[in-house]
Design a protein around this ligand. Structure first.
Ligand SMILES: Nc1ncnc2c1ncn2[C@@H]1O[C@H](COP(=O)(O)OP(=O)(O)O)[C@@H](O)[C@H]1O
Ligand SMILES: [Mg+2]
Length: 318
């Protein structure tokens, strides 16, 4: 697998009332080809600013990056990628089909290929039946799906999706997630910025968590989320047994007459089950509790701390 994106000390500095602030601060990351990469962080962490630099819409104040093997600023590369912005703007009076044909024309796709492609993409995002409705009649989830269809018009190998599921209902979350997984199955690289942790947890291969423009945690999700616990509940267990069950990291105690054993998931449960049963007890449940991305996120960004000091809005960077 090659490298789809690499940044080297990528930095964006804005001038604020209180001085200069690095809203993206010496960011070093690598995204591999063919993976779904989650770029996480609270509001204001610098996610959108990073994406804009990677797309060449905004210039770094310091450092640089390579996208699909080319240093940023190379516009040739734009034909092979696409970008679904945070708040896509749609021509509300146009139908889904018209929108796709309109953008296909901008990509210089000629008829009859243009209509064929638009129809195939509507099919792909499950909007074939709504092709002739105007966008104003689309739900937020449908609008987001038409956005994804639009972002696939140029057959990109790399997609940037900025908060693709923000503000959607639960069904729409599932639909968007499925579409993103489909894209990976087709070999595309997907860069998702998000603070919707349950979506990221379900689909991303690797994540980077950003806070105040700096990386606070990164790695493969399966590695980062190691360290789950197992909770074993038993009844009819004679008191006193809990003392023998405790060991490093194992908590065993009675609650309302029930014995609860809380152990790291690396410990085999057989020993506990045997001990409970030979003491005449009955196992009620064995429940694995995986570490959640939410736990990691809170650990990484320090509680509920989010960027509160909003910088002054200005187009001028320093
Ligand atoms: N043009 C600008 N001028 C000054 N500050 C900006 C500008 N654009 C973004 N910022 C600030 O940069 C920080 C990061 O913003 P952004 O990248 O949009 O965060 P995220 O996408 O993670 O929510 C925020 O504090 C925001 O107010
Ligand atoms: Mg953003």
């Amino acid at each position: 697998m090659g490298v789809a994106i690499k940044t080297e000390d990528l930095t964006k500095t804005y001038r604020t009332r209180s001085g200069k602030v690095n809203v993206v601060d010496h960011l070093n990351l690598e995204v591999e080809e063919g993976e779904i990469f989650g770029f996480l962080g609270p509001n204001g962490a610098g996610k959108t600013t990073t994406i804009k630099m990677l797309l060449g819409i905004s210039y770094p104040s310091e450092g640089t990056a390579w996208v699909l093997g080319k240093e940023i600023g190379d516009t040739d590369v734009h034909r092979r990628l696409s970008y679904l912005p945070e708040k896509p703007y749609y021509y509300e009076h146009m139908t889904g089909l018209e929108i796709l044909r309109f953008y296909a024309r901008l990509f210089n796709i000629k008829e009859p290929e243009r209509t064929k492609k638009a129809e195939a993409l509507l099919e792909k995002v499950n909007l074939a039946g709504d092709a002739d409705k105007i966008i104003a009649q689309y739900s937020r989830g449908m609008q987001q799906r038409i956005g994804l269809a639009q972002s696939l018009l140029n057959d990109p190998v790399l997609l940037f999706l900025d908060e693709p599921t923000a503000g959607l209902d639960p069904i729409a979350h599932i639909e968007i997630r499925d579409l993103i997984l489909k894209m990976r199955d087709e070999g595309k690289t997907v860069f998702i910025s998000s603070h919707e942790l349950s979506d990221v947890e379900r689909i991303c291969d690797r994540v980077t968590i950003l806070n105040y423009g700096k990386v606070v945690s990164e790695g493969r999700l399966d590695t980062l989320l190691k360290g789950g616990r197992i909770e074993i509940t038993a009844v009819n267990v004679p008191k006193g047994i809990e003392d023998n069950l405790r060991s490093d990291g194992v908590i065993a105690s009675f609650h309302d007459g029930r014995l609860i054993i809380d152990a790291p998931d690396t410990i085999a449960t057989d020993g506990f089950v045997d001990a409970v049963r030979s003491a005449g007890g009955t196992i009620v449940s064995i429940i694995p509790r995986r570490k959640r991305l939410e736990d990691l996120f809170i650990e990484s960004v320090g509680g509920r701390r989010v960027l509160t000091e909003q910088t002054e809005q200005s187009e001028e960077s320093v």
